[in-house]
Write a protein that binds this ligand. Structure first.
Ligand code: PDD
Length: 276
């Protein structure tokens, strides 16, 4: 069953018409969000997601309306209500409901959440990889904030889809930052490379899981800025996100990327064990 929660209450239906017209999330995108995947009733890396949620909220000077304990309980209650074992939990907080003025209103932040059965990942993509399209990163300087403002991301994703690609890989000043909704890893001569966790990218939780796995598996992993050429010459490359997990890349623009995926497959297998 799909579940929705808005401003302190669980709703009857997930598409109930509920958002007041003067919601700042609606009018300004004035808020931040998280996506957590629940595997077999257990939210994956929930503490790390809640840490990032708190950091995002602080970065936009927004006081969360619930304590960490309360947030955990609301998520837990929602998952129980859904009566599903494997769900995607989306939650966001906005600066509340107030007449449309740019200045911060003196209102309480509004928390909302939806819970839906996990969107399945196409096994063919897991196995054989996805195509990606290189595009200019047109976003602002604070992409570490998981902001509701995703306009450049959705436009980039749409461009990628219109060219038959699954993801847009964003390039800023000659360096690759990340995907429109994922982090990027490149493998060259046995070492795994990914862009450093600066303010210019989202510090992905799946990215963090890959670091932990690589360390456990004694695979060399490095944070380093790299160019499009480096990606094109990769031995393997993959993207990561909560909802896509670890997906190999088989094509960048019109160029093929090797598809043996030796190290990527090992990481996928270990990730599977983590989430089982
Ligand atoms: N997106 N980079 C961007 C720009 C993202 O939007 C995401 C996730 C990631 C990966 O982060 P994580 O591993 O914590 O999911 C990286 C989510 C899934 C979304 O917006 O739906």
């Amino acid at each position: 069953m799909e579940i929705a929660f808005y401003n302190g209450e669980f709703l009857q239906e997930v598409d109930e018409k509920i958002i007041p017209i003067q919601e700042r999330g609606h009018q300004f995108g004035d808020g931040v969000y998280e996506v957590v995947r629940v595997y077999n009733n257990k939210p994956f890396m929930l503490e790390e997601h809640l840490d990032r949620f708190q950091k995002s909220a602080e970065a936009i000077l927004l006081q969360l309306p619930y304590t960490r304990q309360e947030l955990t309980e609301i998520i837990d209650q929602g998952v129980k209500r859904s009566q599903e074992k494997n769900v995607d939990v989306y939650f966001q907080v906005t600066r509340g409901i107030a007449p449309r003025l740019h200045l911060f209103p003196n209102t309480k932040a509004v928390f909302s959440m939806t819970i839906k059965p996990s969107r399945p990942i196409d096994p063919a993509k897991k196995e054989s990889g996805v195509a990606v399209l290189l595009l200019e990163d047109e976003r602002w300087k604070n992409c570490y904030i998981k902001s509701l403002n995703l306009l450049p991301n959705v436009i980039a994703k749409q461009h990628a889809a219109s060219r038959g690609c699954d993801e847009a890989i964003l390039v800023k000043d000659g360096s690759i930052t990340e995907g429109s909704s994922s982090n990027l890893f490149v493998i060259k001569d046995g070492t795994i490379y990914t862009t450093p966790a600066t303010k210019g990218i989202l510090h992905g939780i799946t990215r963090l899981a890959v670091f932990q796995l690589a360390e456990k598996m004694e695979l060399p992993i490095k944070e380093q800025h790299f160019t499009e050429e480096f990606l094109l010459q990769a031995d393997e490359a993959f993207i990561t996100s909560t909802t896509q997990e670890i997906l190999p890349i088989n094509k960048v623009d019109e160029f093929e990327i090797p598809t043996h995926y030796t190290i990527t497959k090992k990481l996928q297998n270990e990730f599977l064990k983590l989430t089982k």
